[in-house]
Design a protein around this ligand. Sequence first.
Ligand code: TXA
Ligand code: MG
Length: 344
Amino acid sequence: MNETKRFNIKDINEAKSKALITEAAQLLRAGQTVAFPTETVYGLGADATNSEAVARIFQAKGRPQDNPLIAHVATKEQLKKLVTEIPDYVDKLIEKFSPGPITYVLPSNGACVDNVTAGLSTIGVRIPDHPIAIELLKACNVPIAAPSANLSGKPSPTSADHVWQDLNGRIAGIVDGGPTGVGVESTVVDCTQKIPIILRPGGVTREELENTVGPVMMDPALVDISENEKPRAPGMKYTHYAPEVPLWIIDGPLERMQEVINEQRKIGNRVGVLLSSASYPQIQADNKWILGDHIQEIASKLYDGLRYYKQSDVDIIICESFPDEGLGQAVMNRLRKAASVHLK
Ligand code: TXA
Ligand code: MG
């Protein structure tokens, strides 16, 4: 593949930016892969009605073939055209949260090609809440399949540079719209049952969903993270978000974290830490990275933190643990998947 083309969007309202988005949409319409920003993470897009285009996504990412993709559309009307039926509670969720960081898993009507759904009878559909994504989707006027635009197994990209590090030369284009906001991916909700089931915690919290539609279940595999439960979102069974060096999560008081750091340094390991702003001054290590003040900021900087530490700098990353509630559910889910050790 040739060098990846970069489309830098400064101001979406400028004619120059509009022309760049039209050019990116033409690549997508021609069956090529183009990465673009959403409010959660960057996605790697391809025409969801063209199986050769979709196959290019799997190839570029090195993604397992059995892991289905989310179809992205610009409007509620377009979303409804991809599925056979919409239960009442989904209508309420769409009214409240879309556009936004939520993906509805619904029975597919076959409008998207089979490799989008990895042969499943259901399809994940979402309307991203990002002006560039919406402009691009409108210009394409077809549903766009888009997983996170990282190499499979790596942390998801929250900037165009992250996408460039992983996929330069492997994809046709990157639309650079600056850093994304939410920082963790959309909440994936199975909407094929009477009660919605969260398959992947994400930008919309369980509490927010329950305030809108009443009780919401969690996929048992999210609660029992041993091998006993098989996740219902195929992608949740894979190792993910892996940084370059091993990551440990330490629950409990900061004194305990400091003890573990000291033990690691004693055996000659260089330790990098990921901390909230409040914990930052209280911990000594070889290298320190602040995730942020509050859980929204921590979510938005999490993947930057996981990508920050290189083998040349540290031998181990140690991260503090955050309360498993609200947006913290998504943050802890990603950290547990990225970590090789979790000291509880
Ligand atoms: O925020 C996001 O959702 C981002 C941006 C780019 O939109 N996309 C994203 O896609 O995170 P991806 O492919 O990295 O993760 C999609 C997740 C996977 O765990 C996949 O298995 C699950 O959604 N999924 C997709 N379609 C599904 C389906 N029909 N049934 C069950 N799980 C599904
Ligand atoms: Mg992903």
